[in-house]
Design a protein around this ligand. Sequence first.
Ligand SMILES: Cc1cc2nc3c(=O)[nH]c(=O)nc-3n(C[C@H](O)[C@H](O)[C@H](O)COP(=O)(O)OP(=O)(O)OC[C@H]3O[C@@H](n4cnc5c(N)ncnc54)[C@H](O)[C@@H]3O)c2cc1C
Length: 623
Amino acid sequence: MSHYKSNLRDIEFNLFEVLHADEHLGTGPFASMDRDTARMVLGEVDKFSRESAWATSFAPTDRTPLILDAETGDITVPEELHQALQAFYDAGWHTLPLPTELGGFGAPPSIRWATTELFLGGHATAALWPIGALMAMILNEEGTQGQKDLFAQNMVARCWGGTMVLTEPDAGSDVGAGTTKAVKIEEAGDDDLGSIWHLEGVKRFITSADYQGHENTIHVVLARPEGGEVGTKGLRLFLVPKLHVNADGSLGDRNGIKVTNIERKMGIKGSATCELTMGADAENPCVGYLVGNKDHDGDGIRQMFRVIEYARMMVGTKAMATLSTGYLNALEYAKIRVQGPDLTELTDKHAKKVTIINHPDVRRLLMDQKAHAEGLRALVMFTGWIQDQAQLTEGDPDEHLKWIKREDLMLPMVKGFGSEKAYELLAQSLQVFGGSGFTQDYPIEQYIRDAKIDTLYEGTTAIQSLDLFFRKIARDNGETLLWLVGQIREFADNGPDTILDERKALGQALDDVQSHLGKLIEWTMAAMQGGEHASEIYRTGLQSVGLLHSLSEVVIGWLLLRQSAIAQEKLAGGATGSDVDFYAGKCHAAAWFAHTVLPKVSLRTQLAQHEDAAAMAVPESAF
Ligand SMILES: Cc1cc2nc3c(=O)[nH]c(=O)nc-3n(C[C@H](O)[C@H](O)[C@H](O)COP(=O)(O)OP(=O)(O)OC[C@H]3O[C@@H](n4cnc5c(N)ncnc54)[C@H](O)[C@@H]3O)c2cc1C
């Protein structure tokens, strides 16, 4: 039986009953996917994710090591994973996120993220392999015509692998510290493949850098032209094939890039995390093509950010998908595991034993998981819907920019908060299983190991929180945040009377998070005066993760209460069958979140108000 328990009902509720994402299906940029096709695709992906080799390869992939051929740098993955990936490619699922000109379905982002949740929930590690299609999509937008024709098209049509290559041993969070060197060898020629460079350096922690099932792998690498500007601005983006590609698309010799090590890790063990060495062999240099032939300061990091933003959304979706299946597994167990009497009969030795879902503390654990799993899904889906709006407004630059900035604001919450909360609450999923959860009889221990990475890659939680405050709020003068706050305030003030108490809790939490933000702004402005005030910025640094959590909780509280209002309407309108429980569950989850999670925002604000940066005064030797 599959480990994966999906929640297609809640996905469809978000898409079609709350966000009305179907309104634009079959029209404009989404002309090639109508509502029926969207529902059919969701159903098929749900089935594939639960019932095929995709889900059944989940445990074997964890238990069977990857094999690296030290001579060639080729990687062989476990047979079960290989079968799962081949089934994925055979079904053409790698084209799902792609635009029609690349052979894709032309699905709006909201639908794509819904299917991504299902793939990631069914087997997150497997879903990390086919990112060649994503890289093709970015190359198709950023590349020269020659790069689009020779690389992007073949990456999709021939299922090539792809990587995003930033990290180096001494350049992790600090991407701009990268030292991989690029030397220009040839200006761009008539083939329009961009200028040709030789790359030299060692990259670390690179996902999916080789696989026996990929005919070729295209590495997308950040490197610095010799003598280039320091920091991220001086970096450029290069397209580096594992095997050279001839003008007719046939494959040539090996390029001078090779996997030289794979990490032994806590989780996502079936995902190769590779050391990648470029230009170590003078006889066979590492040839790279400048992406889009763009050679100005800032170009490379801007291009790579296109990939990073997509990856951040993917990581947040992975975290949410894992928490959701963790919760649903725990729920199933809680309904069948019999242990002890009901608390009201604790002293009666002859009392009937009950299933553990009857114990108040198990209820607490389950409600917390349910409210957060559905809340994080609401956050992801809302962000997907914002991306839909960005695509729909492409013809109106001002309006389009507004939606892009709204997406930018949401991403640290989706990725930073989503990953932290999912990891924390998966421990509660395990707790419901008692000792059994600690064993490999159930998937939870693997979920936890596989989910930990989500708080780390694509920018750690600290980096997400700094991004949220400095780039997405302060640099924007709070304009985009104001749009979001306005929507939440309107609902808190004027939403339905049936959830009056919950709306009050939301309004209070919104006041609190604004005070919290006010403190960060105050300290940051003070620090800008410099001199003795410069260290005020430490207070901002100490309280930025708190702000990320509080703002995310307020947004999720709002999204869940909006859902609750709709569910109440459906119940009042005569919902029947399983929908009655579904909608009732939505109302309970939202109320739980408002009454038990939102008050924590006030506490966090109090902590922020008392922040004295004492931690920074502690001598290192006193730690
Ligand atoms: C399994 C796996 C897969 C990966 N895949 C890829 C990939 O495909 N491509 C790629 O390029 N990279 C990849 N990475 C690298 C990943 O993105 C980095 O590990 C991550 O960005 C953190 O960098 P670091 O490990 O060097 O940690 P560090 O940057 O050394 O951070 C260590 C700690 O210090 C904190 N810290 C660092 N700087 C600051 C700061 N300015 N303010 C506050 N706190 C700070 C961090 O939050 C963290 O807690 C992968 C990593 C792993 C483990």
